[in-house]
Design a binder for this molecule. Structure first.
Ligand code: ADP
Ligand code: ZN
Length: 708
């Protein structure tokens, strides 16, 4: 690797060596060639274009579809001392003009843009008048019509090849399959693109899939081992999201709901809190996740089954971007299978489409019932061969017991058949177990030959067996799709006695919460805990002051290395991976002080909140509170607004505004249509008269009133 690239890596980013194929990609792009980069989440795609951008002269243009993602990267680069900006629709016209001028003066190194903005003729024109270092096209799979994330604007990016023939372009994605890959090259008109493919394995993720019995209890047991960790709990329906979130809160977990049915503002607020605070649990539908770049998500738990392995891989992939141990945990049961199969049957769409979806669901189910290494199975689906079992999934660690279910399976299939192929598992169980209840009697099913033949097995074993029969396609959901079971073609050999059937023995729930010995929450040993918390508290304080998420100051991996290597001087601190020159200068001393035990641990946010409310109630102004708590005024306002929203403070307690002015602001908020405008929307109108923070507070009070 050429020296300059390594120097940039060390000086700016604070890392010692490149990972995987990063250095090859960088060499290619820095040398002016086009590249297609496929790397899993957390693989380190950003450096693949950020380093060449710094090596080449001119402006680097980065296309990204998600505003949240752009802001995150811009903030991260800002902390590293790299001049980066994002142009997006949330900026005022004035702000946009200023950015354009800065760019023209050559003061900006990286420009982040949404695709639709880049392809505007005015923008292309503007860029053609400048020296361009490279174009990076992130989330490049959005150009594919086959994927879920298709964005028509991406198709227009092909014209960059003609408009900027000498500028290298690099397309990046974490989507694996071959068809998408070739579509990207073709549609983006990449010239002789060199393809850089990496393994899609995520070695730091521990996979576990358990049989669903009492899902709340199981989830609780799982979470009990992960106190203080941030994670995502995925549920299928909005209703369930709300219920599970409420349940977790009642159990003392810091959980927030997220789904598309919540008001936009609330959703945005929850997402922001998830990014900015530590240890929050987001209970969410799949509406949550796209563009969540939080590197220290320690677990992803599924309470419902994803529709495909692609979805499962993507959702679980949100855990452990930072490369530290993380868990992917799922509870899965018969109801999941039935529900998804029913949804599939009832969905519109042509037969071909349904068959594809069915095929995808079958692959997902096969992973759930897998008796060999889960990682091998998962990667095999993406055409990647892992020669040895991974040793880092439940099946590898616990081993899998199977049992011969040939005879009970025949009994079960025969119960389905003889009762007319229309009843659900509950009723079939009554028949097999010989429970002569009212429903059984009214149907005359106590006279069936299979009545009571299944007493050798318990109810949960039967359920497990039915689940596996459906998962393997030996039984199917009935055509009306109400959850009744019918036989499928493929069960005939079994019924005729030509084949036998081995199935998984489900583990008892108490075994199913544990992860590997390197459980994520055991990142830090007990004796290190105190200093770890002190480092995190300092990071949190700095993050609040800078208005960025904590991981933008330093990722967990860097804090962990500080903890382990205990640097005792600035040069030693500079050796820690992730501490670049700029961060060393800005933060080195503060973190050294915490390690040396000199500085008192800064106040944590929870304490600040508490104190702030008392001070406001006692009549202090925001400025006085900021002085007292030693934090910025902006933060005081944000926390005040939060407290008002939760009705812990009244507006009068928080602010001291002349009644007239207050009335005027309230009118301005209520002037619009149904929805309250954002504080930012009114900022210009009141600029010079009140600080933005006042608007946050007034808005929070109105919102709280409107909600009751
Ligand atoms: P991706 O975009 O592929 O999901 P990122 O570019 O966000 O991944 O990188 C994931 C994490 O790994 C980031 O915290 C990044 O700083 C870190 N990282 C990337 N490359 C290296 C490297 N060569 N050495 C150490 N850390 C790295
Ligand atoms: Zn394994």
């Amino acid at each position: 690797m050429p020296e300059p690239a390594l120097r940039i890596l060390k000086d700016i980013f604070g890392y010692d060596s490149f990972r995987g194929r990063q250095s090859e990609v960088i060499e290619r792009v820095a040398g002016g060639g086009d590249a297609l980069v496929l790397m899993p989440t957390g693989g380190g795609k950003s450096l693949c274009f950020q380093v060449p951008a710094l090596l080449r002269s001119g402006l680097a243009v980065v296309v990204s579809p998600l505003i949240a993602l752009m802001d995150d990267q811009v903030a991260t680069l800002g902390e590293l001392g790299v001049a980066a900006v994002a142009l997006n629709s949330t900026l005022t016209a004035q702000a946009q003009r200023e950015i354009a001028q800065q760019i023209q003066r050559g003061e900006i190194k990286m420009l982040y843009l949404a695709p639709e903005r880049l392809v505007q003729p005015r923008m292309l024109n503007f860029l053609q008048g400048l020296e361009i270092a490279l174009f990076a096209i992130d989330e490049a799979h959005c150009v594919s019509q086959w994927g879920h994330d298709f964005r028509p604007e991406y198709l227009q990016l092909g014209q960059l090849a003609e408009l900027f023939p000498t500028v290298p372009r690099i397309a990046l994605t974490a989507t694996a399959d071959t068809r998408t890959r070739e579509e990207i090259v073709e549609r983006l008109h990449l010239q002789n693109a060199e393809r850089f493919l990496s393994s899609f394995d995520r070695p730091n993720i521990f996979y576990r899939i358990v049989a669903k019995e009492q899902q709340r209890k199981q989830l609780q047991a799982f979470l009990a081992e992960r106190k203080g960790d941030a994670g995502i709990v995925y549920c299928l329906s909005r209703k369930k999201v709300e219920e599970v979130a409420a349940f977790l809160v009642a159990q003392g977990h810091p959980a927030l709901p997220y789904h598309a049915g919540l008001p936009y503002e609330l959703r945005a607020q929850h997402q922001k809190r998830f990014l900015n605070e530590e240890g929050l649990i987001m209970v969410a539908t799949i509406a949550f996740g796209m563009g969540i770049d939080k590197p220290n998500v320690r677990f992803v738990a599924h309470l419902d089954l994803p529709k495909s392995l692609e979805a499962y891989y993507q959702e679980t992939g949100r855990a452990g971007r930072d490369g530290l141990p993380a868990d992917a945990w799922m509870a899965y049961g018969l109801q999941d299978v039935l529900m998804l199969k029913q949804m599939l049957q009832k969905s519109d769409g042509d037969e071909r489409h349904k068959r594809v979806e069915q095929h995808k669901l079958d692959a997902m189910l096969a992973l759930c019932e897998q008796i060999r290494c889960r990682r091998q199975a998962l990667l095999a689906y993406f055409d990647e061969d892992l020669p040895q079992p991974c040793g880092h999934c439940d099946n590898c660690v616990d081993g899998v017991q199977t049992w011969d279910a040939t005879e009970p399976a025949r009994q079960a299939l025969s119960a389905i058949y003889r009762s007319g192929q229309r009843y659900g598992v509950g009723h079939l169980l009554d028949v097999l177990l010989g429970r002569e209840n009212e429903r059984v009697r009214s149907l005359g099913h106590q006279h069936l030959a299979v009545f009571g033949v299944g007493k050798a097995l318990g109810e949960s074993e039967w359920r497990s067996l039915f689940r596996q029969l459906v998962a393997r396609g030996l039984a199917d959901v009935d055509l009306e799709g109400y959850g009744g079971l019918r036989l499928s073609e493929s069960c005939r050999p079994l019924l005729r006695g030509e084949v036998s059937l081995q199935v998984r023995r489900d583990l008892k729930p108490q075994h199913t919460a544990k992860s590997s010995s390197s459980a994520a929450s055991q990142l830090v040993r007990a004796e290190e805990r105190e200093q770890w918390e002190a480092l995190r508290a300092l990071r949190r304080k700095l993050a609040e002051e800078h208005g960025v998420p904590p991981y933008v100051i330093f990722p967990d991996a860097t804090l962990l290395e500080m903890l382990r290597s205990q640097p005792d001087s600035l040069p030693a601190m500079g050796q820690v991976s992730g501490v670049g020159a700029r961060k060393l200068e800005r933060y080195g001393a503060a973190f050294l002080a915490v390690l040396g035990g000199e500085a008192p641990a800064p106040k944590v946010v929870a304490d600040i909140r508490h104190e702030l409310i008392s001070l406001a109630r006692a009549g202090m102004t925001p400025t006085q509170i900021a002085g007292q708590l030693d934090c910025s005024e902006k933060n005081v306002y944000v926390l005040l607004a939060e407290a008002i929203g939760r009705q812990q403070l009244s507006l009068e307690q928080a602010l001291d505004l002349p009644a007239e002015l207050l009335g005027e602001i309230q009118d301005a908020f209520l002037d619009g249509e149904a929805e309250l405008p954002t504080a930012a929307a009114l900022a210009e109108q009141f600029s010079g008269r009140v600080v933005d923070g006042v608007l946050y507070c007034v808005r929070a009070a109105l919102q709280a009133e409107l909600e009751v």
